[in-house]
Every structure is written in structure tokens, then in C-alpha cells.
Write a protein that binds this ligand. Sequence first.
Ligand code: PLI
Length: 486
Amino acid sequence: MPRRHSWAEPYKIKMVEHLRMTTRAEREVAIAEAGFNTFLLRSDDVYIDLLTDSGTSAMSDRQWAGLMMGDEAYAGSRNFYHLETAVRQFYGYRHVIPTHQGRGAEHILSIMCIKPGDFVPGNMYFTTTKAHQELAGATFVDVIVDAAHDPLDESPFKGNVDLAKLEALIARVGADRIPYLCMQTNVNMAGGQPISLANIKATSQLCRRHGIRIMMDATRAVENAYFIRKREPGYENHSIAHILLEMCSYTDGCTCSAKKDSLVNIGGWLAVNDDDLAEQARNLVVLFEGLHTYGGLAGRDMEAMAIGIEESVQYDHIHARIGQVEYLGQTLLRFGVPIVRPIGGHGIFIDAARFLPHIPREEFPSQALAAALYVQSGVRAMERGAVSSGRHHDTGENIFPKLELVRLTIPRRVYTQAHMDVTAEAVVDLYENARDIVGLRFTFEPKYLRFFQARFEPVIGAKVLRSAPVEAGMHVDAMAALGDGI
Ligand code: PLI
């Protein structure tokens, strides 16, 4: 048996938040009341909440202390200057405009740069990013490498931009109609897959040749930097901070949701190097978010962000964070559960199309699987398939992306390995009884970002899961078979 080389969290627990355990009967009522949409559940009814890693991290004692140092001045809060210093130091951009969260920055960037009829290429869409681009009148064009759409492809950098696709778009519509390329780091909808530094550099060179700006979505740039260190030759001895700075140096600015990498519960920012663009952004932020030195945030939130940015680039932190995701992924793989590979940075993405081959795409297998997992175990996951993709901008038809996934997203510094084990047991139980899961159809479909508020019903009967109950945390025999951890 190979010797185990464990890692452990680089922190200890100072305060706990109690979780409510529910019965399966209670969960059946809760999911029906929520229209079989895990977004509409009350968090009190959830045991292990893997809906998202956004705003769900545990802050450190230093960050909580920072809250007490909030300078709640309307203008010129000292905490803004701390945030500005942190972004300049770790991301390297000149101008920093705080926003209430990532989509606030996306909104400002989109209305500032996009003219109706423009095209915005990106390495796979993200829901809010694309919605803002479309609201401003642009068409999103996916220029990610084909490997990103294949859950079984083991390429190390499935977030890379396909330069041939980008060149073809430039040739087709002309660089004048491409205001910027949106370059996502650790591409969310592809399964948290990184982009390589070589690809960032090559994409930047291509864009600069054509006078097209590159705007990074830096939401999970630190996690991406970790994968570069682990997988890209030549970077194994570089610090995360060094890699992050180099990534950003090839871009003209970024939008960022600080609710992920930066370990805060709320906040975001837009950063640019260009003085004129910064002036426009500072003017627009006043309309939608607040003055340019608070952008919809309290001073204390900006302080927590500044400290969180500094903590996020510490190797021990990011190693443990991604190590926990890896642990859950490896456990599921040992039981043959179909997941996106390689294991990504912020969560495990179950391939619902392979998990539930009996449910057609029109009956939203990912939505059904997320609902069934909740009924089974109280674990809350998120649909990342056709419901999230929405409808075609022009035809109104449902978009069926190649990836039909359920995301088990791991909040940072929140759950223990035991929570990961219970989650794995629940998924394995479901996988063994997958035919008991029933497809869903819409009963209510909102116009924008429908996955957040849509409601569904089972296509047959009233239940999404027909099997006999197995209570979460009770089913230990599966884990006993696991043997050594990673
Ligand atoms: O949720 P916001 O508005 O702070 O950030 C929007 C956003 C932008 N880009 C990317 C890659 C995201 O993942 C993102 C938000 N993601 C959420 C909420 C998630 O659950 O993944």
C-alpha cells in the first residue's frame, strides 16, 4: 500500500456554526416547496451547502478584526486605499474601482466598452458575464479549446483560448467590432479548469496585434495560478503571488468577484490600466454602485477584502483549499462516479448526462440530480447545464451545452474532510440507484438568468427521487471500503 502523504488545513477552528439535520420527509417537502430548484431552498433546511463558493468562505480572525477598523466615511475611506494598495500589489493594475460584487464590475465594463452589434469572445461563457454583454448589445462568442467541452479529456489547461477560433472571429467580423476579449481564469462552467500562462501570453500577443483589449475575469485567478505552478513547466518554484502578477501583466484590466478567491462574503472590483477608461468607470460607478471610493460596499467590507487578497496568495492556504476539492473528487472517482476531469479548482462537477442516461436533455438531468441529492442527503448542489445556459439570444430556443453538470462547490475554509466523506457517500448511493431519479419540466421560467428563480415539477409523479430513504451520515460502509486517502 503506498504511503500516505497527508496535508492538513493551515488553520484551526475558533468558532462553530451549528447545522440543522433534517429528515428525508422534511427534505421532500422542502424541495417541492422550492420548485425543485436548490436556489429556492431555505438555507436552514440545508445540511452541507455546496451550492456555491461565492461569498461563503470563512473569514480569518485578521479579517474579522479588519471589520472593526472600518472607516465608514462616504468619501475617501482609508479602507478603500488599503484595497487599492492590495490590488496594485498582487494584481498589478493601476486603477481600482470597487463594486458591490463581480457583476457590478461586469455591468460597468460592458456598458462602457460595448456598442450594439459588437462581439465579445471569451473562453466559455459565465452566466452573469454573458448576460451583461448581451444587455449592452453584444453577441458572446465561445473561443475556448474544444477539450473544455469534453468531461473526459485530461488536458491540464482546458481553460485555454483556441487562437484559431479567435483569429477566425476577427477575420469574420473585424477587430473594430470586438471591444475586448474576456479571459476567464479557472473557467467556471468548464469545471474550474485553468488557462496556462503560455496561452495567456499568446492570446495577449494576438489581441494586441489587432488592437483588441484583454479583460481578465480574475474571480478565480489565484486558484488558476496554483494550477500553473503545479502543471506548467518552469513555474514549479515560483510563488503564487509572482504567477498571479505575471498573468495579469498580459491583460489590460479585469473584473473580479472578491467573493471567491479573496475570502470575503461580499465585494468585487473593476481594475484597468488605461487612464481614460478608468475615468469613465469612476463616473459610471457613481450611477449604479456608489462613489468610486466605496462602490456599494461598507468601508469594513473593503478592509476585509484587502486582507483576504493578501491571505489568498499564501501557498499553504491555496494548497489546502484545492487539496480538499481534490480529496472529494478522488473519492468519487474511486467509486466510478462520472465527474469532469481533471479535477478542477473550486468544486467537483458531476457529469449528469452520464450519471442519468435515462433522462433526456429536455428533462434537465442536472436539475433533477441536484434536487435528488438534496432529498437523499441534505447536501445542496447547483445545476450547471441547460437550465443555466438559458435560451438563444435570437431564436429563443433552449441552449443545450455539451456539458450537462451538477456542481458540488466547496466553500473555502468552511467544511471538514468528514463533510466531504458524507457528501461522497450520498453521491455514491444515488449513483447506485440512479434510475430512481425522475426528470423535470418548467412550471415557471424567468426571463433573465433563469436558473436562479425557475420552478419545476417532476415529469412523472410528485417526487424527484423514488428510492427508499438512506439518511446522510448513517451510511458508513461505503467509506470503510475506501482505504487510504490521498
Ligand atoms: O457573483 P458575483 O456577481 O460576485 O460574480 C459574478 C461572477 C463572475 N465571474 C465568474 C467566473 C463567476 O463565477 C461569478 C460568480 N459566480 C458564482 C455566483 C458562482 O456560484 O459560481
